[in-house]
Write a protein that binds this ligand. Structure first.
Ligand code: UDP
Length: 458
């Protein structure tokens, strides 16, 4: 008993340093993890880059926030694209992070030992500093395990042949060897930068270097074989600690949420509304938006649509869209700039989620038992969409050109038809499995936290 007490006292003094990628989809899960660790008695330091600050909301008033200079701007993000931006950020931040960590260690003067540095897999510069100060480090994958497997496989294949195959239209529908059911066109290689930079960042993010563990915001009931593959290949413990939004909810929105949509939802029939959100980065073409609006309107179902300012090229918000668009939307739709997504997905009026299939949105929808219309844009979103349609069978994927008839059909399949009801049943079944896995005392999040408590165990 005394030993346990001594350990708990020591634990209270343990600090975890978190290094998030400065983007909503990455900030959300790492801050959720921060909350879960804080609840268990750890002190939390968040190291953020200068150009894009992590939310300083009152939810995190007990956290320490430190900023490292990075000399990159919003316009660099636009001109370089996210992947090149991340490569540059990693080059720039390595030295400043070392300095920051060194300073933190000096200030701690052994009162508040640092238990470890947990860094987003895309902030791989963190590893060098952790190693220099002999601190344990943990890689945090905020995407899913299957995308990690894909990146590992792609990083090892013959790059020249791979690039030829990826450009060959005839290969697109073929299953990629070893990654069934993923086809060439589902691989997380698209967009966001030249292929060379994609391959570079893939080999960086799957190289776990001297890290002590890998944690993934996923669960065994979703991706058991991918997790087993990683466990075997990475030679360090792999903890599927998710879905974090169930175990540790934390509102960490970087944008202001428009809660008026909840009032609008209250006036709609149960399971009738299709909620549309394409996350924090995806951009939409005007012609696609018109096809969507027409299809949604023809489906006769109410819809709640998040249109992020800046997501339509050459437009601040929706002002560049023709009047026809406003008319179609006003018939049965409601538009906001940013929604309280988790609250929306929980609402009984929501019957389906049209999503770009970012991993957080996918997990949030799975966690609420809401079936999906999948329209991925890039990266791991294609993997998630394929899994939603083919593995978990709770999604309808829209491939190819977006046309109003296809949109109308997809909405009806999901909200009106028996097929949609079957998907909803499977989604609710999965929701229950996820809740059990996230809340049971023996979840991997608990195992991971236990490993942090044990001196020298990670
Ligand atoms: N989100 C939100 N309100 C919105 C749209 C999105 O709060 O109107 C949140 C959503 O709940 C999710 C995150 O933004 O946690 C988006 O992350 P995701 O991984 O789905 O996509 P990304 O933005 O990284 O492309």
């Amino acid at each position: 008993w005394l030993e346990r007490l001594a350990m708990e006292e020591k634990l209270v003094k343990k600090r975890i340093v978190l290094v998030p990628v400065p983007a909503q989809g990455h900030v959300t899960p790492i801050m959720q993890l921060g909350n879960a660790l804080h609840l268990k008695g750890f002190s939390i330091t968040v190291v953020q880059t200068q150009n894009n600050r992590v939310s300083h909301s009152k939810d995190f008033s007990d956290f320490q926030f430190l900023t490292i200079p990075d000399s990159l701007t919003e316009s660099d993000l636009k001109s370089l694209g996210p992947l090149m931006f991340m490569i540059k950020l990693n080059q720039i931040c390595e030295a400043s992070f070392k300095q920051c960590l060194g300073q933190l260690l000096k200030e701690q003067s052994n009162v508040d030992d640092i238990a470890c540095v947990v860094y987003d897999e895309y902030m791989y510069f963190s590893e060098a500093a952790a190693k220099e100060f002999q601190l344990p480090s943990v890689v945090f994958s905020t995407t899913n395990a299957t995308a990690f497997v894909c990146r590992s496989v792609i990083a090892k294949v013959n790059a020249e042949k791979f690039l030829i195959d990826m450009k060959d239209p005839e290969m697109q529908d073929q299953v990629f060897p070893g990654l069934d059911p993923l086809r060439y066109k589902d691989l997380p290689t698209s967009a966001f930068g030249p292929v060379e930079s994609i391959l570079k960042i893939y080999s960086e993010t799957v190289n776990v270097r001297s890290a002590s563990a890998v944690i993934i915001n996923s669960a065994s009931c979703l991706e058991s074989s991918s997790l087993a593959w990683l466990q075997q290949e990475l030679h360090v413990p792999v903890y599927p600690i998710g879905p974090l939004h169930i175990a540790a909810s934390a509102p960490s929105s970087l944008l202001e949420e428009d809660r008026s949509c909840i009032e609008w939802l209250k006036k709609q029939k149960p399971s009738s509304v299709i909620y549309i959100s394409l996350g924090s980065l995806a951009l939409m073409e005007t012609k696609d938006m018109l096809e969507m609006a027409q299809g949604l309107s023809n489906s006769n179902q109410p819809f709640l649509w998040v249109i992020r300012p800046g997501s339509i090229p050459a437009s601040e918000w929706t002002e560049s869209l023709p009047e026809e668009f406003d008319k179609l939307v006003s018939e049965r739709g409601y538009i906001v700039k940013w929604a309280p997504q988790m609250e929306v997905l929980k609402h009984p009026a929501v019957g389906g989620f049209w999503s770009h299939c970012g991993w957080n949105s996918t997990l949030e929808s799975l966690g609420e038992g809401v079936p999906m219309i999948c329209r991925p844009f890039s990266g791991d979103q294609r993997v998630n969409a394929r899994y939603l349609e083919n593995v978990w069978r709770i999604g309808v994927q829209l491939e190819g050109k977006l046309e109003k008839g296809i949109v109308e059909r997809a909405v009806k399949r999901l909200i009106v038809d028996e097929e949609g009801a079957e998907m909803r049943k499977r989604a609710i079944d999965l929701k229950e499995k996820l809740e059990t896995s996230a809340r049971s005392g023996g979840s991997s999040l608990e195992d991971f936290i236990d490993s942090l408590k044990m001196e020298n165990s990670i």
